[in-house]
Design a binder for this molecule. Sequence first.
Ligand code: MUC
Ligand code: MG
Length: 366
Amino acid sequence: MKIAAIEAIPYSIPYRHPLHFASGSVHEADHVLVRVHTDDGVVGTADTPPRPYTYGETQKSIVAVVQDVFAPQLVGVDVFDREKIQAVMARTIHNQTAKGAVDIAVWDVIGKTLGQPVTKLLGGYTDSLRVSHMLGFKPAKELLALALEFRETYGINTFKLKTGRRPLNLDIEAARVLREGLGEDAELYMDANRGWTANEAAEVLRRTADLGLQFLEEPDDAREVLGRRRLVTNSPIPIAADESAANLGEAAREILTGGANLLSVKTARSGFTEAAKIVGMAEGMGIDVYIGNQIDTQVGTVASVVFGAAFAHTAKRAAELSNYLDMTDDLLAQPLAITDGRIHVPEGPGAGTDVDDDKLAHYRTD
Ligand code: MUC
Ligand code: MG
């Protein structure tokens, strides 16, 4: 069964509230829907979030690389030849989320063709994941009110606090207010998106040592190797790599050079094929992982759920799955639900990424 065509459809859905963080902000989901068509009429779907401040991709660059570079090279390749598809895309460097989406759409085709849920083909470990919610920059009291509302409404009790601001007090105060307001059972961690220096991050760790934070994600620029290594060596809590470990090679490098001792795995940038390799490598090295959020729509989030529930190693920790709740609308045909703090994997063949065609027609911008 061969790939007959690949579409890249730009669309835009506004956010109800923008999300602000140290490396940028998001006001609308100006994403790209990727569709892989086979010669016998099966269609696989995946979502692509442009994150120029993280990977250098834009909505236009994603459409261009999928339609003008990947599609001509992949038409005629058998959909089951996933490693060949990976090798073809690897000829083009970077373009992380564009590659991830093509891979997920291919897995969706494979699942539909075999009549199996992709989560079972990947590993079939469990049927749901615990949810962690990501809190963007806001005054401390507003953050607490929001977190309490999420706990009340969805049963979520794990929160990632966006940090990386100056003065450092802003984030230290926010973490303190959250801990005091949510109590000791809440799981809290920080993500600075490279906003601090290694020394600033070390100061934050010292001044929040009594707050029981789980870990600190991407505190500083990992390319400043000695500062990062010093931080990881001396930190009382794990230091997680997110954007510094965007692919398998980078993840290996950051772990082996002491740049991180925990990994965020994001299907939006790794697809299922490369993400599975990262998870296997991490598990073998005794490194914990968690499913991160690429500020995903429901179409992106369902892919994270399908993948994260497939492996024991990814299902251990809460997964970042709830930021689609800030969108005014979504494309997913079977909307997700968060109950008792968990999201369940969808039933039925494929990756669960099918979209509502009327909504796509409404929001597409091409
Ligand atoms: C995160 O974990 O960093 C913000 C930028 C990005 O690439 O992903 C988000 C969330
Ligand atoms: Mg991050």
